[in-house]
Design a protein around this ligand. Structure first.
Ligand SMILES: *[C@@H]1O[C@H](CO)[C@@H](O)[C@H](O)[C@H]1NC(C)=O
Ligand SMILES: *[C@@H]1O[C@H](CO)[C@@H](O)[C@H](O)[C@H]1NC(C)=O
Ligand SMILES: *[C@@H]1O[C@H](CO)[C@@H](O)[C@H](O)[C@H]1NC(C)=O
Ligand SMILES: *[C@@H]1O[C@H](CO)[C@@H](O)[C@H](O)[C@H]1NC(C)=O
Ligand SMILES: *[C@@H]1O[C@H](CO)[C@@H](O)[C@H](O)[C@H]1NC(C)=O
Ligand SMILES: *[C@@H]1O[C@H](CO)[C@@H](O)[C@H](O)[C@H]1NC(C)=O
Ligand SMILES: *[C@@H]1O[C@H](CO)[C@@H](O)[C@H](O)[C@H]1NC(C)=O
Ligand SMILES: *[C@@H]1O[C@H](CO)[C@@H](O)[C@H](O)[C@H]1NC(C)=O
Length: 758
């Protein structure tokens, strides 16, 4: 990441000294109604305000300085602008007419052939044909840019771009506006904030072209078209396609090799709103900020007001609690799970059986037999070097960093291949090895060690590039996916949902190394990446399928449909497990409501809807000041007659964390909810609640009778329990079912003694 840099901003003309002041980018919220009538538009008012905060800049030779202080004027996402300001200038600005609040710009972290089958998407039935593959829905992706030549953005067979689209395909370095088509309908880039941080910066690719690969991967995951024979060096071979192959993509490049800043990201969101996207996909986020300080939360509030669905990634900081970002009540927050697919290699034990281990070595490997030696902990590079021409087997002692140590030693020693016996839960980090490496489970490892010990001159051969389907259990929650509760709004359970994020195959720029073989970069049009960055665009694409089917649904209704129809059971018929918790059943603070199920999401039966006023009521309930409210809602006249932390959300979180509670004293926490019947005609739903250890959960009423489509019914859920819970997290589910179980509408209920740390 680019560090904050010292920028030349104020200097006295008559002096030979050049004064260095530490300036920074700020996002400044203003109240437009305070604009003096003398100004014809907001931009000229902002420029005038800026020039008055640094009077020296009005000296003749610096006439342009206020212009360069202003970075962006925003139209939708905030009322205000971003600018380069010294601390002194900021203090003056705070007393200017119309000033509301400001936050410093921040650096932002960026967090297939198979995932569609795993999610049950099928050309013949279900969400794909019903939604016409997401036809004409426009997904705006805020990311590192795009590689437009990728086959995933081929527009064969696509109809003309809808006339409502106002976006553009911007030319720039190695990017010609004719590179967009009916699939990739827009491409723009935003870097004024980055440049303001570092005026001397050389932008290596000043255009929407992707030089990192991340954006090409995420955008093709959301809406890539069909590409046959896609693979990662032979792994995952098949036809690649995104979640919504009929949808269109618009890329907004705001993440640069040279750095990424919120001023640019919200400018990108501002433009995407203007251009007319239907879904926004953002695999990025900011940690530990209040809603009114988080530019992404603030900007996406405007998107929701315009009925744009926003999907975000939870982050890759798990498995500890309260690590997630984007815990924003109006966006969807996506966790990452595994698929039922693994990549591996077969180790053939000299005609005496074979074992399969995990591997993603991209190189070509000899089919010959080699001597195989067991070196126990593989702790001594000198010893390893002596047996360079052999396959070396290492037993991981299971200590912190022990696998990483062994891996490095074998790599340095240059053995023919390394076989690592390990139970390390982060083995995923190692599998894309630049040298031939296999990772075995203990029981398979024991068999290999036994083979070595009981044979004189044992020999083995290895076949890489194996794709193994039907892995059980799956899905599982990845160890790295960030966990709730939400820092900014603990009363709303986050994350919302889980989607495939592990080893996702998607498009990749042809000229960016996809992997290394020894020291050499190797190239591929598809790459396997893991992270919540990969999970987010899966749901963005699925949301596009819903949007195509139900254009009038609010973002909250789409989110509800996704959540209440998601799966909690894995392919062994057991509750989905959490790799980060030693394979214990995953709790909703790790995976949200469950694993996304697109076909079921298309017919949810009931939805928990929420309006913009519901979010305002929530902000009122958070006791935000008028200015904090205004920063988010862009209005000083918010109706706070109904403050409530109890948002009409398809999930529940109850805090039983009163440290000073008397022994055996109990508390009852109540939640009010309203569900809308989106099924056809009349129906009767009955509630069931799965038992939660030590808690009494009741639903009143527990039968809801609907006589018509779009009818609304309310109920109350009460959770009674000790004021201080023994367990950190207990959970269960509320399920509404209609007769014949045509619709099963399930919500997670979490009870926790966890106290959100601010
Ligand atoms: C863009 O590409 C088209 C077609 O290849 C070409 O005619 C045009 O000159 C290019 N424009 C620029 C600015 O390079
Ligand atoms: C920017 O470049 C100018 C001219 O080359 C140089 O004097 C200045 O020190 C540089 N500033 C920074 C912040 O690197
Ligand atoms: C592996 O072999 C294939 C087919 O011969 C070749 O195209 C590819 O470049 C080789 N890969 C490497 C990393 O040498
Ligand atoms: C590695 O083993 C050799 C003997 O093979 C020994 O001389 C050397 O001290 C060992 N190195 C370490 C770091 O233990
Ligand atoms: C992993 O293996 C080590 C030693 O091989 C063992 O001590 C440890 O308990 C194992 N951990 C798990 C989670 O199975
Ligand atoms: C908001 O203020 C009310 C009244 O002072 C208080 O009861 C409530 O706990 C506060 N809520 C939050 C989220 O701080
Ligand atoms: C505020 O909302 C309530 C309903 O929640 C409504 O009765 C009231 O009229 C609203 N007040 C204003 C000023 O709009
Ligand atoms: C708390 O409840 C337990 C079990 O119901 C009981 O044995 C104990 O005496 C109670 N303690 C107090 C202080 O009431």
């Amino acid at each position: 990441m680019t560090k904050n840099l010292y920028v030349w901003v104020s200097f006295t003309i008559l002096s030979t000294f050049i004064k260095l002041a530490k300036a920074d980018n700020y996002i400044v919220h203003m109240e437009p109604s305070a604009m003096p009538k003398a100004f014809s538009n907001q931009q000229s008012w902002y420029l005038s305000t800026l020039s008055s905060v640094s009077p020296k800049s009005r000296a003749k030779t610096n006439i342009n300085l206020p212009f360069s202080k202003l970075i962006y004027t925003y139209n939708h996402v905030i009322q205000g602008f971003s600018a380069v300001l010294t601390p002194a200038e900021l203090e003056v600005l705070k007393n200017s007419q119309g000033y509301v609040s400001s936050v410093k710009d921040r650096a932002v972290k960026v967090d297939t052939t198979h995932s569609f089958e795993f999610l049950g998407l099928n050309s013949g039935t279900g969400a794909w044909p019903v939604s016409n593959f997401g036809k004409d829905v426009i997904i705006g992706v805020i990311d590192t840019g795009v590689w437009p030549e990728s086959e995933s953005f081929n527009d064969n067979g696509m109809s003309d771009v809808p006339p409502r689209w106002k976006g553009a395909c911007e030319s720039g370095t190695q990017f010609n506006s004719s590179l967009c088509n009916k699939k990739l309908i827009g491409a723009r880039s935003f870097n004024k904030g980055l440049i303001a941080h570092n005026p001397n910066i050389t932008i290596s690719m000043n255009s929407p072209r992707d030089t990192e690969g991340h954006g090409t991967h995420t955008s093709s995951t959301a809406a890539g078209t069909y590409v046959e024979d896609a693979s990662y060096f032979g792994y995952a071979l098949g036809t690649a396609r995104g979640m919504a192959p009929g949808a269109r993509v618009a890329m907004y490049k705001a993440l640069w090799e040279e750095g990424a800043y919120t001023t640019d990201i919200i400018a990108a969101i501002d433009q995407a709103i203007d251009d007319g996207v239907d879904v926004l996909s953002m695999s990025l986020g900011l940690d530990e900020l209040e809603l009114y300080e988080d530019p992404i939360a603030i900007a996406t509030f405007s998107a929701i007001e315009k009925n744009i669905f926003v999907s975000t990634s939870a982050g890759n900081e798990g498995p500890d609690m309260e690590t997630l970002h984007n815990g924003t009540p109006w966006v969807l927050t996506v966790a990452a799970g595994t698929m039922d697919r693994d990549f591996g290699a077969t180790l053939n034990l000299g005609g005496k059986g074979s074992v399969i281990g995990m591997a993603q070595y991209p190189g070509n490997f000899s089919s010959s037999e080699f001597s195989i030696v067991f070196m126990d902990a593989c702790g001594n590079t000198t010893d390893l070097r002596k047996i360079k021409q052999k396959i070396v087997v290492c037993q991981d002692p299971g200590k912190e960093d022990s696998l990483s140590d062994q891996f490095n030693k074998v790599q340095v020693a240059g053995n023919i291949a390394g076989v690592f016996i390990t139970n390390n839960s982060n083995v995923d980090i190692f599998v894309q090895s630049p040298f031939p490496a296999i990772f075995l489970e203990q029981k398979d490892g024991d068999a290999v060690v036994e083979f070595i010990k009981t044979n004189t001159d044992p020999k083995a051969s290895i076949e890489f590039k194996k794709t193994i389907l039907g892995i059980k259990p799956s899905p599982t929650v990845t160890s790295y996916t960030s966990r709730g509760p939400s820092y900014s709004c603990p009363s709303v359970l986050k994350p919302d949902i889980m989607a495939p994020g592990d080893s996702v195959l998607a498009a990749w720029p042809t000229n960016i190394g996809a992997a290394r073989v020894n020291e050499d970069l190797v190239f591929s049009n598809f790459n396997l990446l893991s992270g919540t960055s990969m999970a987010c665009p899966h749901v963005s694409g699925i949301a596009a399928l819903l949007k195509a089917s139900y254009p009038d649904w609010s973002p909250a209704a789409i989110r509800s449909a996704l959540m209440t129809t998601s799966d909690q059971i894995d392919n062994t018929g057991s509750p989905i497990k959490d790799i980060g918790e030693n394979l214990r059943p995953a709790n909703p603070l790790a995976m949200g409501a469950g694993h996304v199920n697109p076909n079921k999401a298309l017919d949810p039966g009931l939805v928990y809807d929420a309006t913009v006023q519901d979010y305002v009521n929530l902000l009122c309930g958070l006791n935000f000041t008028e200015k904090q409210m205004k920063t988010i809602t862009k209005s000083f006249s918010n109706n706070c007659s109904n403050p409530s932390l109890d948002l009409n959300y398809p999930s529940f979180i109850a805090f039983f964390n009163d440290r000073d509670a008397k022994p055996n004293s109990t508390a009852v926490l109540e939640f009010q909810r309203t569900v809308t019947n989106v099924g056809d005609g009349s129906s009767t739903y009955r509630a069931t609640v799965s038992p939660i250890n030590g808690l009494m959960v009741t639903v009143e009423p527990d039968v809801l009778v609907f006589n018509a489509k779009y009818e609304k019914k309310s109920f109350k859920l009460s959770v009674e329990g000790p004021r201080q819970l023994n367990e950190a997290v207990s959970f269960g589910y509320l399920t509404w079912e209609d007769s014949g179980r045509k619709h099963v509408v399930r919500s997670p209920i979490v009870a926790t003694s966890y106290e959100v740390k601010k």
